[in-house]
Structure formats: C-alpha cells, structure tokens
Design a protein around this ligand. Structure first.
Ligand code: NAP
Ligand code: MG
Length: 435
C-alpha cells in the first residue's frame, strides 16, 4: 500500500525512464513487446489461476483474460514502426506531422477485469513510446504485480512499466495531481471518474475514461427468439454481472414476450453458478462483502422477482442470477448500474418504442440488437446511443476494434487503431526552404 512519497518516487522513475524509452529503436521496442506477450502466453495458466484467487473470476474467463493481454501486446507490437505522421503540401517549404509520446501515463484499474483493462492501457501506451505507472484496484493487485514482473523478465527496462499497489484516494489521486503524469487512463465508476476529470482540469491533463453502463439487450419479434434467450444469461450474468458491458436491461417486443421469458427462464436456471475454479463454472461469487451488500440493497428479501438461478452452499459472497420484470422505468433497479447479477426486463411495442427506451439512460456503453431484418438491425444500431453494439450476438470486446462509451459511460476510445491517437500528441513542424 504505497503512500504519496512512494508514489512520487515511482512517477519520477518513470519520467526518467521516458527519456531513454522514447528513443529506443522502434523495431527493438516492438521486439520487447512481443517478448512480453510471449511470456504472458507461456504463463497463461499461472495468471489465470492467480486471477481466480484475486477476483473470483471463473477459470475459463480468466484464461481468456490472460490471453487478451497477450493479444493486445502482440497487436500493438506492430505499432512502433508504423506511427506514421503526414507530409502536408505548403508553399515555400515542407510541413510534417510527428506522432510523439506524451510521457508518463497513469493507468487506474478497477477490480472487475484486472488483467484486460490494465493491458488495454499499457499495451498501446508502451508501444507509442510512453512509460507507465499502473495502479490496480486495492482488492485485486495480484495479477497486475505478476504482469509487472513478466515485463521485467521480457527485458523491458526498469522504470518503463511500473505497478504501484495502493488506495485510489492516495496513489490514484497522486497520479492526477503530480504534473509529471501527462495522461490518466481511468476505468471505474462514473462518480470517481467525474472527480478525476475535475482534477485533471487543473493541468489540462489528458484523460481517457471508461465508466459505468446500463446496456440494453433488444429482442425483436423477428429475431431467432430461442437463440436470443439462450444467450441472454451470459450477456448479463457473466462475471456475476460485475461487467461494465453487462446487458442489464432486457427489452422484449410484446408479441414474443411470453415465448422469450419461457426460454429465458430455462437458460437462467441452467446457468452454472459454482466454485469458479471449476472448468464448468459460468458464474462465481461477487468480489467483496461490500459488493454483496450493495446488490442486496437493490434486491431486498421481499422483492418480487420473476425467477432466479441457484447458488452453491458454503462460504463466498454469492448472489443468484436474478430476473426482475419492470413496469416503472423510474425504479432504481432499472436506472442505476447495480454491478451484480440482476437484469430488468421490459416490454416494447415497436421499433421507435425500442429505441426510445434503450436511449432513456444516462449511460451508453454497449448493447445488443436481435433481429433477422437487416434493415431494422442497421436502423436500430445507428439510432441507439452507445459505443459498442452487437447484432445477433452479445460480444463486446475485440482487441482490434475500438471500445468506449457514449454519454456518461466515458470519454475517448481504447483498443483498435484509435487507441494509438490517445497515447500520442500530434506535432506539426513547418520547414521554410526559402533562401
Ligand atoms: P471505482 O471505485 O471507481 O474504482 C476504480 C479505481 O479507481 C480503483 O483502482 C480505485 O482504487 C480507484 N480510485 C478510487 N477513488 C479514487 C480517487 N479519488 N482518485 C483516483 N483513483 C481512485 O470502481 P470499482 O468499484 O473498482 O469498479 C466498478 C465500476 O467500474 C463500475 O461502475 C463499472 O461500470 C466500472 N467499469 C467500467 C469499465 C469500462 O470499461 N467502461 C470497465 C470496468 C469497470 P481503490 O481500489 O482503492 O478503490
Ligand atoms: Mg470503489
């Protein structure tokens, strides 16, 4: 648990390391990132097991998550030699743009996806020639620390990639106030994100925000309703609902509502909530007693639920997969991000109605549209205000496509080619060639 002085010392180290890291031959920087990726790959099982202990993730998810860090590193290892500027025509000279690294990047990570969210920051940041100070969440530091060790083992010079465990209010806040940190990448709650945005204003510090969500899963009558229902539990209950992309609002067209709910009930009851270290587990416990209390606060004992999944006997912060039917959209459970395995189902009549309900949220991170009508799928995917949508699928993340939120779900984009712009400044230089 680092204090402010220790945090400053690490930031200073990262600032000094930047002077040499930015000058490393691009091909050599690329090779170091690929070496780091190879070590993450050869330690996949170890990292996955550690993540189960760290966060209670299911082992199958944790293997995917460590694989995602490897993929992100490999993807951005192609960037150092390709950070092209432009040559722009001007009279009497030459005009060139350069993509330059910013300096020290402060990455603040939440507990819900400790490995991937860290990697989405440090992969492109390091590739673009920045150095990194990374703060994992207080309750999930272990995999971040192990990734830091693997970076050193790969030969990434000391000081380039630093992991500092500690409190958000101490270490994270110091990232914001220390002027040597040139950019913050924050993933976490909307409330903390707003405070960080205010703090960054003092120094006009660059900022990427990935915040909360309350995403809609929209099922039209012309969809493959059985398939949509069979996939709907994973879309919200994966990671016990502690997922910013969770489709925690289910919008179902009236004419297929009953059919959908019958199929959905079967799927929810089959969704395996058990010891997350088992290969068969689809959902584990919540992260902390506090998170369990928060979720219980939204769904107290006497709440009328449509149906629920089961939880195993024994210790653990278990909460069952829970389905609520909604008639009043002003209810807290329908409007707020619960960050637990709870979904609110609501009916809609037609396409306009679906879009209106979907957009009736302060958030706009992800969402799904289920329809076999291609025109409708295109229209609705253009009309829903969210950064990541999928049609006839509930997938959210591909490391080579951009990820981020509309409205209060965030600012800027991670992953894909867009992220490189977020970790570079564009410098324009004019050379006068007149005698
Ligand atoms: P959180 O409380 O906002 O914390 C996130 C991180 O910020 C933690 O490392 C935390 O440190 C740190 N922090 C807390 N207060 C801070 C401060 N004043 N200054 C600087 N840093 C501070 O969020 P959480 O409870 O861990 O995670 C759940 C939330 O994250 C959900 O709302 C979820 O939607 C959001 N999330 C969004 C995405 C996305 O990509 N959009 C992805 C995952 C999660 P401590 O560990 O010490 O609290
Ligand atoms: Mg918190």
């Amino acid at each position: 648990m680092a204090d402010v002085a220790q945090t400053d010392a690490v930031i200073l180290k990262a600032a000094k390391a930047f002077e040499s890291w930015r000058k490393v031959n691009p091909g050599d920087r690329a090779k170091l990132l690929r070496k780091f990726a190879a070590l993450v790959d050869s330690h996949n099982e170890e990292l996955a097991q550690l993540e189960v202990l760290n966060s209670g993730h299911t082992i199958s998810n944790a293997r995917w998550e460590a694989g995602n860090v490897r993929d992100v590193l490999n993807y951005y290892s192609a960037a150092p030699e390709r950070l092209f500027g432009r040559q722009i025509p001007v009279p009497n000279g030459i005009d060139i743009t350069f993509k330059e690294p910013l300096g020290v990047i402060g990455i603040i990570v939440p507990w819900n996806f400790p490995m991937p969210i860290a990697g989405w920051g440090f992969g492109p940041a390091l590739a673009a020639g920045n150095t990194v100070v990374l703060k994992p969440a207080e309750v999930t530091p272990m995999t971040a620390i192990r990734l830091g060790e693997l970076a050193l083992e790969a030969g990434i010079p000391e000081g380039v990639f630093n992991v500092i465990a500690g409190k958000g209010s101490v270490v994270g806040d110091r990232f914001v106030t220390n002027p040597l940190v040139r950019k913050i990448v924050f993933t976490g709650s909307t409330t903390v994100g707003k405070g960080i945005m205010r703090g960054c204003a003092d120094q006009v510090k660059r900022l990427t925000l990935e915040l909360g969500g309350k995403s809609a899963n929209i099922i039209f009558a012309d969809a493959d309703v059985e398939k949509a229902a069979a996939n709907a539990p994973g879309a919200v209950f994966d990671n016990a609902g502690q997922d910013c992309c969770a489709r925690s609002r289910l919008l179902v067209q009236s004419s297929v509502y009953d059919k959908f709910m019958e199929n959905f009930e079967v799927a929810v009851k089959k969704f395996r909530c058990e010891d997350p270290s088992l290969d068969t587990a689809e959902m584990g416990p919540l992260i902390t007693a506090k998170q369990l209390e928060t979720v219980r606060g939204y769904v107290p004992e006497n709440t009328k639920v449509a149906f629920q999944g089961s939880t195993p006997e024994g210790p653990g912060y278990w909460f069952p997969a829970t389905v609520l039917e909604v008639t009043d959209v002003s209810e807290r459970t329908y409007r707020e991000e619960i960050f637990g395995p709870v979904v609110s189902v609501i009916r809609f009549e037609d396409e306009d109605d679906a879009v209106r309900i979907a957009n009736d949220s302060e958030f706009g991170l992800s969402g799904s549209i289920w329809s076999r009508d291609i025109g409708r799928a295109v229209r609705v995917s253009r009309a829903v205000e969210a950064g990541n949508l999928s049609v006839n699928s509930n997938s959210s993340v591909r490391y080579w496509t951009p990820f981020g939120g509309y409205k209060q779900s965030g600012l800027g984009r991670e992953l894909g080619p867009d992220a490189l712009d977020a970790f570079t400044e564009t410098k324009n230089v004019f050379f006068d060639t007149q005698l």
